[in-house]
Design a protein around this ligand. Structure first.
Ligand code: ATP
Ligand code: MG
Length: 320
């Protein structure tokens, strides 16, 4: 079956290994065989902070990350929220299709409110999953490569598509999520690895920065290394990270390290991550930020044209 793929990221900082194994690897694998849109969710930056911050720089860095991991602008449309008014306008009819209680139940919104830097919950934070429905449905996306934290949002999107179709006649598909090898990679201090939580290994970090981060990571006092997610989460997380980078099971790595202890574990992880990121870092250095900006302008044009058609269809279906 031919899918339309839609996914994206907030320009809040550099992409990290959680992005790679949660969603970027799937994007690279699907490009070329399916039409794909990749969204830079710039409006969503202000869901959990007062100001967009270094937004232009973050957008350029995000583009460099995309191209460095192998997204091909000839096969993928990369665009930004703020350049597509018609996408954002879909938020109005979509908000009318969900109840406040349904939004309130969303576990990811609850988690993000907890980690937000704002004293009060803004209306935008509260409703951003509905905005994400507009992101996915503006291009009639059917497949959404995302991490586990996004599953409740894909569910809301399906609900909105279904209700819209029931009320106004069939316009939208009901998209499905596609999870990667690691749907919820933990950060170095535990919890979800996140750009905004200071616990991430960035794809663009240098080898030395990566080594320093891993050196500081917590382990435990038991010498022998074993893979035990329930009782030894810090050690297990490091083993998982190295395993993902090496394409090996964390159990087999634990067995190999055995009595080498935390020091040997950290040197295995550092080596694995740095080897894995070496070609990505090298490609990044070859990219020209001016060319990258042109890619984004072109993507914005293509996405806008798509959004105009969908909004026309929505207005016609609703009788406006
Ligand atoms: P922020 O902390 O600013 O929200 P983030 O690290 O959560 O940043 P997002 O831009 O919110 O990154 O998420 C982009 C995509 O990457 C989403 O599909 C999300 O599910 C996925 N993703 C983010 N972090 C992880 C992770 N630790 N493991 C797996 N997937 C992840
Ligand atoms: Mg996030």
């Amino acid at each position: 079956m031919k899918h339309t793929v839609l996914t994206g990221d907030r320009p809040t900082g550099p992409l990290h290994l959680g992005h790679y194994f949660g969603t970027l690897a799937n994007r690279v694998a699907l490009q070329g065989t399916h039409p794909m849109y990749v969204l830079i969710a710039d409006y969503q930056v202000i869901t959990d902070r007062d100001r967009p911050g270094a937004i232009q720089r973050n957008i350029t860095e995000l583009m460099l990350d995309y191209l460095a991991v192998g997204l091909d602008p000839d096969q993928v449309t990369i665009f930004q929220h703020s350049a597509i008014p018609e996408l954002n306008q879909l938020l109005l009819p979509f908000l009318s299709l969900v109840s406040v209680a349904e939004i309130q139940r969303n576990p990811t919104v609850k988690d993000e409110i907890e980690h937000s830097s704002q004293a009060a919950v803004s209306g935008l934070m509260f409703t951003y999953p509905v905005h994400q429905a507009a992101d996915i449905l503006f291009c009639k996306g059917t497949l959404v490569p995302v991490g586990k934290d996004q599953l409740p949002h894909v569910e809301i999107t399906r609900l909105i598509a279904r209700r819209f179709n029931e009320r106004y006649g069939r316009v939208f598909p009901e998209p499905q999520a596609l999870m990667g090898d690691s749907p919820l990679l933990a950060g170095l201090g535990g919890g979800k690895m996140s750009k905004s939580r200071g616990n991430a290994i960035a794809l663009s970090a240098t080898a030395d920065e990566t080594a320093a981060l891993i050196r500081k990571a917590r382990t435990d006092s038991e010498r022998r290394i074993t893979f035990d997610e329930a009782n030894r989460p810090e050690v297990a997380n490091l083993l998982l990270l190295a395993g993902l980078c090496l394409g090996r099971s964390p159990e087999s790595l634990a067995e190999e390290i055995g009595d080498g202890g935390a020091a040997a574990l950290k040197s295995v992880v550092t080596e694995a991550v740095n080897e894995f990121l070496r070609p990505i870092r090298a490609r990044r250095l070859e990219l020209d930020p001016d060319e990258v900006r042109k890619v984004l302008l072109k993507g914005n044009e293509v996405a806008r044209e798509r959004a105009v058609r969908t909004l026309d269809e929505v207005r016609a279906a609703m009788g406006f």
